[in-house]
Write a protein that binds this ligand. Structure first.
Ligand code: CP3
Length: 344
């Protein structure tokens, strides 16, 4: 019965007349009802760790728009938090963390399997969502990929070029590798527990994959993804997994095969004809509308949406943006997007 869900059908490799649709960051600041719940929670991490509120903001965009999937409300930086790093969010600026600069920083972290007490509220959020979601809506769990999470744990914040993480991997590879291993192990435990709690699909966000080049891309993006995906498929053979190696460029080619992912999410820069030929031949693809069109709207939004749906329409496709919807997006534009995908 659950296979009737459009998202699961696309992930199983089916070419559909109308692709399933959801949006990265669909629960977020562009929605007034999110801002109200966010204000009630006060602090962003409190919102993430209060199951009733996290479930509520997850459901808001489903009620308003009827997306084909809900992504549980949480953040990729809950893993560092659960491993014992200090994590906090500065409103208007973004995340801040304690930094890891050497072996002692990794030594202070908790073991990979000691995260579950801390993350229990996330699992509870998933259980609530499985009860409350409409039966046609698929539930997505997620985690950050080890490289992206490591960039925040090393620098203590978001960085334009991931410089501190690249410096550490070059100057002290043993420490860097130990950190990557710890995050990889914790991510396997975390995602596996998400499936136990009701997640029907998992997504691995490697937002900073684009700054890894050559061998480093294989070592720190492909290999950890393969390790996480193969461990999860051993425990949960039927769980579909979406990988998002953002800005991977040419390295999107063969990524699904190399990692075992069921679907790769394409960023805005990926050429659609190339992706249809080279990436979609290996399975489902997701993407890749420019989130700026959700701000500007108009006929450009409609034509670009239809162009993407057409270009990727001859194979399994999940319609999404190429990156998260931004706080300045117009909520009305989501209706226009859905009409362009489903109505035409
Ligand atoms: O609706 C959803 O997509 C589910 C929830 C979700 C959030 N973050 C909520 C959030 C998901 C899947 C994420 C993933 C995430 N978090 C990524 C990977 C995807 C990407 O965008 O590249 C990254 C790098 C993070 C780390 C993070 N969290 C940053 C850099 C920031 C600050 C930037 C910003 O947009 O404010 C956050 C905060 C955050 N995570 C917000 C939301 C809704 C906004 C904070 C707020 O409401 O105050």
């Amino acid at each position: 019965m659950t296979k009737d869900k459009l998202l699961l059908r696309a992930l199983a490799g089916e070419t559909l007349d109308v692709p399933p649709v959801w949006l990265m960051r669909q629960a977020g600041r562009y929605l007034p009802e999110y801002r109200a719940t966010r204000a009630k929670a006060g602090d962003f991490l409190i919102l993430c760790y209060t199951p009733e509120l996290a479930a509520e903001v997850t459901l808001q965009p489903i009620r308003r728009y009827g997306f084909d999937a809900a992504i549980m409300f949480a953040d990729i930086l809950l893993i560092p938090d659960a491993l014992g790093a200090d994590v906090w969010f500065v409103t208007g600026e973004g995340p801040r963390l304690s930094t890891i600069t050497g072996a002692d920083g990794v030594a202070r972290l908790k073991p990979a399997d000691a995260i579950h007490d801390h993350l229990a509220p996330v699992y509870e959020t998933l259980r609530i969502l499985r009860r409350e979601l409409p039966e046609e809506t698929a539930l997505i769990g997620f985690a950050g990929a080890p490289w992206t999470v490591a960039t925040y744990m090393i620098a203590g914040r978001g960085t334009p070029d991931q410089g501190p993480a690249h410096e550490l991997r070059q100057s002290d590879q043993a420490t860097f590798d130990a950190l990557m291993d710890r995050i990889t192990g914790a991510t396997i435990e975390y995602l596996s527990a998400q499936v136990d709690a009701g997640a029907e699909v998992l997504k691995l966000f490697d937002s900073w994959a684009g700054s890894l080049k050559g061998n480093a891309f294989d070592q720190y993006c492909v290999a950890p993804a393969r390790k996480i995906i193969s461990a999860l498929k051993l425990r949960h053979p039927d769980i579909p997994i979406i990988a998002f190696p953002r800005e991977a460029g040419q390295r999107y080619e063969g990524f699904a095969k190399a990692t075992g992912a069921d679907c790769v999410a394409l960023d805005t820069a990926v050429d659609l004809n190339w992706a249809a030929d080279v990436v979609q031949k290996d399975g489902c693809v997701q993407g890749n509308l420019d989130p700026r069109l959700m701000v500007t709207g108009g006929t450009a939004l409609t034509t670009e949406t239809q162009r993407i749906a057409r270009a990727l329409g001859n194979g399994p496709h999940i319609f999404n943006l190429g990156h998260g919807i931004t706080p300045d997006a117009d909520p009305e534009n989501v209706h226009r997007l859905l009409e362009a995908v489903r109505g035409g």
